[in-house]
Write a protein that binds this ligand. Structure first.
Ligand code: PMP
Length: 282
């Protein structure tokens, strides 16, 4: 099946899509994005992703863009690619204009989409969990806006890989556990969960929101509260959540074993529930 790009209304092979060098996404990271995934040929949580995208666009004071246009672009490119397990990346920049910090007059937002096959999560990570390091959260104060300004996330991920582990967890200078480099984070203690509340310091993950709904339905108690690094290290389970990650156990952090040192029952249960929920959308 072809991996496709959409560029301002036209669909083409990814290799053929080009953006001008004065695109503000390229020069200023003046762009927002979303990442949708499909299960068995159906995109999951499209409404929730479009709602979050609209919030990001409004937060950066982009001109209004028709929701129908964006929805049709995403669904149309996805359907044309015909990939059952696809990742659909949508990026909207403020437009193309001579380099100048101020918003350009009359620039037209540039809409880019790519549709690619999503690689399966490694069996080893699902069975044994992953290891992570903590890194100081040096990101800006509006991590709730999904902008393409991801350099701290890129550097943290690379630092993790260089340290021989799979991911990094952002911890504030005061010791508050925030989230992963591309995921939200939960801890389990005594059959109850804790996750960071929705503040400008984390991204309001769609998977996080779906899991909170699931937990309400299956009577798993979740507290949206701040917790520190020591609380995380002492938890029975730590897991990260995201559109592609789904639910993934973190079994070693900064060289310390978490709980039993292997994926626990809570993560396994929620992973199953999430898959069933994605299935129910088919
Ligand atoms: N936090 C960050 C920093 C992320 O990049 C992501 C992935 N987009 C998430 C959380 C998880 O969000 P979602 O569940 O919507 O994929």
């Amino acid at each position: 099946m072809p991996e496709l790009a959409y560029l301002n209304g036209k669909i083409m092979p990814i290799e053929e899509a080009r953006v001008p060098i004065e695109d503000r996404g390229y020069q200023f990271a003046d762009a927002v994005y979303e990442y949708f995934a499909s299960y068995k040929g159906k995109l999951f949580a499209v409404k929730e992703h479009l709602d979050r995208l609209e919030k990001s666009l409004r937060a950066l004071e982009f001109p209004p863009i028709s929701r129908e246009l964006l929805r049709d672009a995403v669904l149309g490119t996805f359907q044309q690619a015909g990939i059952d397990r696809a990742g659909v990346y949508l990026q909207i920049s403020r437009g193309v204009a001579p380099r100048n910090h101020a918003f350009p007059n009359g620039a037209k937002p540039q809409i880019v989409i790519t549709v690619r096959q999503v690689p399966d999560t490694s069996r080893e990570y699902l069975e044994k969990g992953i290891a992570a390091i903590t890194v100081t959260d040096i990101r800006w104060g509006r991590c709730d806006i999904k902008t393409v300004q991801l350099l701290p996330n890129v550097l943290a991920k690379q630092q993790a890989l260089s340290a021989g582990v799979q991911d990094a967890i952002f911890v504030s200078p005061e010791g508050i556990v925030r989230e992963g480099t591309s995921s939200n984070l939960f801890i389990a203690i005594g059959g109850r969960l804790k996750t960071h509340p929705l503040t400008p310091h984390i991204l309001p993950g769609i998977t996080r929101a779906v899991l909170l709904d699931i937990c309400r339905k299956i009577n798993v108690h979740v507290e949206e509260v701040f917790f520190d690094n020591n609380t995380m290290l002492a938890a029975e389970e730590v897991f990260i959540t995201g559109t592609v990650t789904e639910v993934l156990s973190v079994c070693r952090i900064d060289g310390r074993t978490i709980g039993a040192g292997k994926p626990g029952p809570m993560a396994a249960r929620l992973r199953k529930e999430l898959e069933a929920c994605a299935g129910a959308h088919l």
